[in-house]
Design a protein around this ligand. Sequence first.
Ligand SMILES: C[C@@](CO)(OP(=O)(O)O)[C@H](O)COP(=O)(O)OP(=O)(O)OC[C@H]1O[C@@H](n2ccc(N)nc2=O)[C@H](O)[C@@H]1O
Ligand SMILES: Nc1ncnc2c1ncn2[C@@H]1O[C@H](COP(=O)(O)OP(=O)(O)O)[C@@H](O)[C@H]1O
Length: 285
Amino acid sequence: MTVLMKAPAKINLTLDVLYKRTDGYHEVEMVMTTIDLADRLELKPRDDGNIVVETSASFVPADERNLAYQAAKLMQERFGVAQGVSIAIEKHIPVAAGLAGGSSDAAATIKGLNQLWQLGLSTEEMAALGAEIGSDVSFCVYGGTALATGRGEQITPLPGPPPFWVVLAKPPIGVSTAHVYQHLDLSRVSERPRAKQMIQALSEQNFLLLVQSLGNVLETVTLQKYPVVKHLKQKMVEFGADGVLMSGSGPTVFALTQKESRAQRIYNGLKGFCHDVYMVRSTGA
Ligand SMILES: C[C@@](CO)(OP(=O)(O)O)[C@H](O)COP(=O)(O)OP(=O)(O)OC[C@H]1O[C@@H](n2ccc(N)nc2=O)[C@H](O)[C@@H]1O
Ligand SMILES: Nc1ncnc2c1ncn2[C@@H]1O[C@H](COP(=O)(O)OP(=O)(O)O)[C@@H](O)[C@H]1O
């Protein structure tokens, strides 16, 4: 039996940091939604008990540093499974980009192995396992649209957004999530993201309110360190975006619009000076 899984990227529509916790993590409040940009995973059982990962991107580690490997190892040990698994990952989500590519691969592995090894786990149980791998993995187990609190692992599903186009641009820099959280100075944040207003926009299917409610406090760190990220946001507005924001810790920025022709214009404009540009639909409904 072979199990095929799709592992979609996420974007953060709001990201607020409430305070730094004593365990080193930050207490967050984020509204997240999935988009139609996804890695593909193929999972095949192995009788030798080994976990073997291969990826289409040579710079992504295929050993125990891979989050899909870690997910498989955790499940094998936790449930005493004798079988192993071969995991082939076709990467489409840019890496270290603020789009949770690795986390989504881990979540897809958990869901795929739940089928392959017939473990009968609920979504809540799989999300709790995911939280042991990384803060964003729980959301990726649920998918759709959700409020994430705690260190990001406590998930409350939300109504999906009205349909829109997302144009993403990733400048050629890698950003460390830990570094961005470490350098966040909340006293420098002038306007806090409005999660409640974002949730209202989702309930009302109100795209205008949704774009007015976009906000991410981590921009104060990444935009200052990498002016190119700010520049890309400005270009997106010039090309006609209805709303623009950095996703997660960055450096990917995204533009939202409901008009396909406008999304195409933003995409074409950005392609001129940024290599990694994507135009996809929202899928978080
Ligand atoms: C910023 C966000 C927003 O969705 O996404 P990305 O930019 O990574 O996609 C997430 O909070 C990232 O989640 P994830 O990438 O899973 O983080 P983890 O592996 O759990 O943690 C990496 C490091 O980030 C810091 N960290 C993470 C989450 C959190 N709530 N507070 C933190 O301070 C810690 O230093 C931790 O050691
Ligand atoms: N399956 C995976 N796909 C991508 N990156 C992975 C994977 N497993 C481990 N990583 C490592 O995790 C780090 C963060 O990757 P990623 O999840 O793409 O970023 P982000 O947390 O910014 O969304 C990278 O440095 C990468 O080497």
